[in-house]
Ligand binder design. Structure first.
Ligand SMILES: C[S@@+](CC[C@H](N)C(=O)[O-])C[C@H]1O[C@@H](n2cnc3c(N)ncnc32)[C@H](O)[C@@H]1O
Length: 338
């Protein structure tokens, strides 16, 4: 029953983690290990009962240890806090709390109707989550902070495995705040990059590129990748965390548009989480799919490698290479050549 009970109360486990992050519990114990229960209550400004609840959860879930009445960080938290990945994890926690949680309430309805019913949790009139973010500035900040962090958890590996020595002009299609464009531009000084983004988001992208001091090599194109003419003059088209949003039919259409716009030898690069071809894991791919089913747009999930490869072949590509990436997120890269 233990495994089943953890599923039953999975939402509560997350709420403990979110509260501990928001209240600064881990930062307090990083700075001052071996505090007692009343000392922690004092540091956090919590009443005794509230502090007891928080410590019961944080300890029993394995994020703290308790010995002789004194609390310490669990090794995994302590080690993570030594790295920039700790902030990235906290950015992901905030995204789960303020964007995914309200929307996933409609998961069953989304499965029943095969539509993203959970979009109703995001105020506004935009046709999808991305067109509503600019109508909710606070959610927009939470989303792009998370998106940057989620990309950074894996794009160090993208930079390693993607040989761009022969590339000259790369289109980052739906490039968000240019997090991947900036990483690739820094790794390849000869490369010129254009980030294509929807008009409401493009000014934020431009600001991030300017802050990175890369305005000379990264430009921003405000356009709709589905409906506007697909840009030409590029030898590489990157879809980063993009083909998890749309239906396979929409992905095939997008990939066909990219195929037609590329010269012979041009490449499409798909970079996002992947599920396995058997359809039984990994579990993070399954858990992340609840969000894609319920919220951002009508289609989408963490598709299998084979699903992406089929879309690429139907889009016209013949040579397709898959590259699984290391790390706890199920990220992978697929490179297809025209
Ligand atoms: C999941 S985010 C990925 C951002 C970035 N590629 C990354 O990996 O961090 C998807 C991005 O695609 C953009 N997008 C959505 N629909 C689009 C469209 N029709 N045309 C252009 N961009 C779009 C969104 O505004 C958003 O920034």
């Amino acid at each position: 029953m233990d495994g089943l009970a953890r599923i039953l109360f999975g939402h509560a486990a997350f709420q403990y983690f979110n509260a501990a992050c928001e209240l600064g519990l881990y930062e307090v114990l990083k700075e001052k290990p071996d505090l007692t229960r009343p000392e922690i209550a004092d540091e956090l400004g919590l009443a005794e009962r509230a502090n007891d609840i928080l410590l019961l959860g944080a300890t029993s879930l394995g994020t703290l240890t308790l010995r002789d009445g004194r609390y310490r960080l669990a090794r995994i938290i302590d080690d993570l806090m030594e790295t920039p990945d700790w902030q990235r994890l906290k950015d992901t926690v905030a995204f789960e709390q303020y964007i995914v949680y309200p929307g996933q309430f409609d998961f069953t309805a989304s499965l029943r109707t095969n539509r993203n019913v959970g979009l109703r949790s995001i105020p506004g009139t935009g046709r999808d989550l991305y067109h509503r973010l600019s109508e909710n500035r606070n959610l927009e900040k939470i989303f792009y902070r998370y998106m940057r962090s989620w990309s950074e958890l894996a794009n160090r590996h993208l930079v390693e495995v993607l040989d761009l020595s022969g590339a000259r002009r790369l289109l980052d299609c739906g490039g968000g705040d240019a997090v991947n464009a900036i990483a690739l531009a820094r790794a390849h000084e000869h490369l010129e990059i254009t980030v294509l983004e929807i008009a409401p988001t493009a000014p934020m992208t431009e600001k991030k590129v300017a802050e990175a001091g890369l305005g000379g090599r990264i430009s921003v194109l405000a356009a709709d990748m589905h409906h506007d003419p697909f840009p030409t003059g590029f030898d590489t088209v990157l879809f980063a965390h993009q083909l998890v949003i749309w239906t396979p039919e929409e992905n095939t259409r997008l990939l066909r548009r990219a195929y037609r716009a590329l010269p012979d030898g041009g490449r499409v690069v798909v970079f996002n989480s992947m599920s396995n071809d058997e359809g039984d894991g990994p579990v993070v791919a399954a858990l992340d799919s609840v969000y894609f089913a319920a919220l951002p747009a009508e289609g989408g999930m963490i598709y299998s490698w084979a699903t992406h490869e089929n879309c690429l072949r139907e889009g016209g590509f013949r040579s397709v290479e898959r590259i699984p990436l290391p790390g706890w997120t199920p990220h992978g890269v697929i490179i297809a050549t025209k």
